[in-house]
Each structure stands twice: as structure tokens, then as C-alpha cells.
Design a protein around this ligand. Structure first.
Ligand code: ZN
Length: 451
């Protein structure tokens, strides 16, 4: 079975211009598609979904993935005419065009599947396209869970060149609105992209009867943007203390994988967890949460509380070595219990990580997988914003700024909100780097932040 996949906009993917590592310039060679408020590009998310989809489908169907250079222009790229010709010449069984929607109304959200109007010369294609659209829309909605159920914009009868001028039945999906600030943040997450790929995989599995058993996407905890609901204590906290000060400590300890009840009671369990944590970060393990322990707990997600293993870890392993692996995997976007048990879920996650990092996919955590896990969790998980940001802005672009500031030693929450604290840190940073201290994160400040 031959599936032709067309991630909308961007460069053509199989040509010399395709270069994942370089940031696109907005030249005539590149069509970004719709652009979100924080600078995320439709072409980027379309392509990311297509990659994830091809990872899922490639062993079960023949695939061709061509990214179009634009729906309306692009002499150097694939025009829609080229896309249609390529699909027709190849003899595709069906075609999928992947897009994200855009609207002047920033509150617009939702997922829709577009199919082609009746061509009286080819009623069979119309019927098949309609069936594919029904399956695609329902599978996409279910793949997005609760979000999908409340954001179902349905099937839309349309006339689109990419569907009209291809011989095979096809659909064009609009997965979310990149112009909606909430969707824009979600779209950048692995979990969103893989939910889309999962829904589309289910659809083709049904429509082409591929006999697959696709695994669901792993939820992305994205813990870094959850703010601690308790205030950091001002005094030392130790065995016997009670209240919100203790809850702050328990909450922070849980962030790094220790499972404590957040009951505000500094009992023996909490004390043991504190001692364990202190020991692992080379502090005196006295069980008293003083200034030093607090200052590290505050930035707890940046310090793995477990020592790096020296031996090989695989299915069936147990203990803190496994917790080290689980902690690092969680920082790549999966959501595992840091329980020290290497069961099927960590095994899946390791294999997925290995697949995505060009390692041997054996589920065994040896020195190479460990090294890759360490370097992957050090990379900034946010995309660099393409527009200037200043106080009152919000979103993933601000997370990028905060992440870079923290890497440069600033103490501030990674909450995606450009408030007074972020503003003060930016001015501070600009001043100490001989930049104009105006609090505006433009190209020069971004370049310095990255250094
Ligand atoms: Zn589009």
C-alpha cells in the first residue's frame, strides 16, 4: 500500500534545501505557512508530525513524503501541481496533506478534516475520500483524548487543488490553530505531535487494513512549567515541623521522582527523603532543610538526585540506577514513575529514545545511551523565538528566554510568563553583557543568551 504524505508549506524534504538543523530564513525559498504569536511555524509542526507518522508507518506501508513549498507559489519548490504529479506518477493509494489552521480570531481552536467535492467523472474517488475523511476525523479526535472531544470541528467538504488534481482519494487535515496561543505551545510538544501521528496511523491502519497495533503516545508531563503552589520557607525545616513549609519541600522532592505524600508533616519518611537527596547532591545529609538545601531544591528539576550508573541497565533491573534512567527519560518529555523498576514502560521509553537518537534499539541502557540521555536533557527544550519579546509577553518563547537565563545563573521560575522577575533578570543580563539594558529580548540579546 502506498501512502503519499504532504506536510504543508516549507521546503521540499528530499532536496538539497532541506536542512533540519538550520533555522529557516524567510527567503523566497521558504514558505513558513501560518505563524504563531510566539513565532512557531506551521511548516515546522506539519513536518514534525509527518516525521513521527513515518516512524510509525514505515514498516507497514510504502511512503513518500514531499513537503510543498507553498500552496500558491514557489518556483524552486514543489508546487501543489508537482505534488499531485508526483503522487499520480507513483501510483499512490491515498494522499494525506498535513496542516495547522490559522485565524484572525485568536480564540479559534479545533481539528478538522477536509475532503474533496464530488467529481462526476470519478464518483468512486469521492466516496473513498469521504470514507477516509470520516475515519481520519474520528481517529484524530480520539487520539487527542479530552482535548479532541471538545475541539472537534468535523469533516469539511472542500475543493482543494492537492485533493482535486490527484487521482487517488485523499484528505487534508488541519490539526489545531497555530494562531491560538495555547495551541501554539502545545504544538511544540512531542506529545501533541505524536498524538496527531498516532491518530493518523490509526486512520490509515483502518482504511488500508494494515493490521497494525500502534502504541499510544507517551504523555508529556512538561513539569518545568508547573509552578509550585507553596511558598519557599524562610527558616530551617526539620523533623517534627508541620505546615506549608513542609509541603514546599515535599512538592520539590516529588518533582525529582521521590514519592512523598504532600501532607505538610515532616515525619521520618520526609526526613529520609531529604537525607537521601542531600547525600546525592554532595551536601551534608543531616536531614535539615537549611539555606543550601533550599537553594538546590528550588532548582530541583535541574539536578538529578540519583548517581549515574556505571553498569548496564535493562528490563528487569531495579534500584536507584533505574531511577537515574527514569529521571533522565522524564526530562525528554515522557512521564514515567521514578519507582526504580525497569518494567515494560521504561523499556518502551528507552527504545523510543534510542530510535529517535540513532542508537541501537535494544532497550539496554549502556554507556552510549547514558551519554545521549545526559546530553539530550541538557539541551534547551524550547524553540528560540523569532520575534522580540518583552515584559507582558507569554508562551513557549518566554520559556526559551527563561531557560537561557537560568543556564546563565539567574534564579527565576520557568513559567512562560514575562513578568517583573524575568524583566529584571534580562536587564541585569544585558547590562553585564554590554547590551542596551532595555528589557527587550531582540536578536542581539538572544545571540548573547545562547553563547
Ligand atoms: Zn497550511
Amino acid at each position: 500500500m502506498k501512502i503519499f504524505i504532504n506536510p504543508g508549506h516549507g521546503y521540499k524534504i528530499d532536496g538539497s534545501k532541506s536542512n533540519k538543523s538550520s533555522r529557516p530564513s524567510f527567503s523566497q525559498d521558504y514558505d513558513p505557512g501560518a505563524v504563531g504569536l510566539n513565532g512557531y511555524l506551521e511548516a515546522t509542526v506539519n513536518l514534525a508530525i509527518a516525521h513521527k507518522l513515518s516512524n510509525r508507518l514505515r514498516d507497514h506501508a510504502e511512503l513518500k513524503i514531499y513537503q510543498s513549498g507553498g500552496l500558491w507559489r514557489g518556483p524552486n519548490d514543489y508546487s501543489i501541481k508537482d505534488i499531485c504529479e508526483a503522487a499520480n506518477n507513483w501510483g499512490a493509494d491515498c494522499l494525506l496533506s498535513i496542516h495547522a489552521n490559522a485565524s484572525n480570531d485568536r480564540s479559534a481552536q479545533g481539528i478538522s478534516t477536509h475532503y474533496q467535492m464530488l467529481d462526476t467523472n470519478n464518483a468512486d474517488k469521492y466516496e473513498k475520500g469521504k470514507t477516509l475523511a470520516e475515519i481520519t476525523q474520528s481517529r484524530l479526535i480520539s487520539a487527542f483524548g479530552d482535548y479532541g472531544k471538545s475541539h472537534d470541528n468535523g469533516m469539511i467538504l472542500d475543493s482543494l487543488q492537492v485533493l482535486r488534481d490527484t487521482k487517488c482519494p485523499g484528505v487534508l487535515v488541519e490539526i489545531g490553530y497555530i494562531t491560538n496561543p495555547l495551541d501554539e505551545i502545545k504544538m511544540q510538544q512531542d506529545f501533541w505531535q505524536d498524538s496527531a501521528a498516532y491518530g493518523l496511523t490509526l486512520a490509515f491502519n483502518d482504511y488500508l487494513e494494515l493490521g497494525m497495533y500502534p502504541r499510544p503516545p507517551m504523555p508529556n508531563a512538561d513539569k518545568t512549567i508547573i509552578e509550585c503552589p507553596y511558598i519557599e520557607p524562610m527558616t530551617d525545616v526539620a523533623l517534627g515541623c508541620k505546615g506549608h513549609d513542609v509541603r514546599w519541600i515535599q512538592w520539590q522532592l516529588n518533582l525529582c521522582g521521590i514519592s512523598l505524600a504532600i501532607d505538610g508533616d515532616y515525619g521520618p519518611m520526609t526526613e529520609a527523603a531529604v537525607r537521601f537527596y542531600q547525600g546525592n547532591i554532595d551536601l551534608n545529609p543531616d536531614g535539615v532543610v537549611g539555606t543550601q538545601t533550599r537553594s538546590i531544591l528550588r532548582t530541583v528539576t535541574e539536578y538529578c538526585p540519583y548517581r549515574e550508573p556505571t553498569d548496564t541497565i535493562l528490563l528487569g533491573s531495579k534500584g536507584n540506577n533505574v531511577r537515574w534512567v527514569q529521571w533522565h527519560l522524564n526530562r525528554t518529555g515522557v512521564n514515567l514513575n521514578t519507582d526504580g523498576v525497569f518494567g515494560p514502560m521504561p523499556d518502551f521509553a528507552v527504545r523510543d529514545f534510542q530510535l529517535n537518537n540513532n542508537l541501537i534499539v535494544d532497550g539496554v541502557v549502556g554507556s552510549r545511551t547514558r551519554a545521549m540521555l545526559k546530553s539530550a536533557t541538557q539541551a534547551c527544550p524550547y524553540n528560540e523565538p523569532l520575534r522580540s519579546l518583552k515584559q507582558a509577553n507569554a508562551g513557549a518563547g518566554v520559556c526559551w528566554v527563561q531557560w537561557q537565563l537560568k543556564r546563565n545563573g539567574a534564579q527565576l521560575p520557568l513559567d512562560g510568563r514575562f513578568g517583573p522577575a524575568t524583566d529584571a533578570e534580562i536587564r541585569n543580563f544585558q547590562e553585564s553583557n554590554a547590551l542596551l539594558a532595555d528589557g527587550i529580548v531582540g536578536p542581539q540579546t538572544r545571540a548573547k543568551l545562547k553563547e
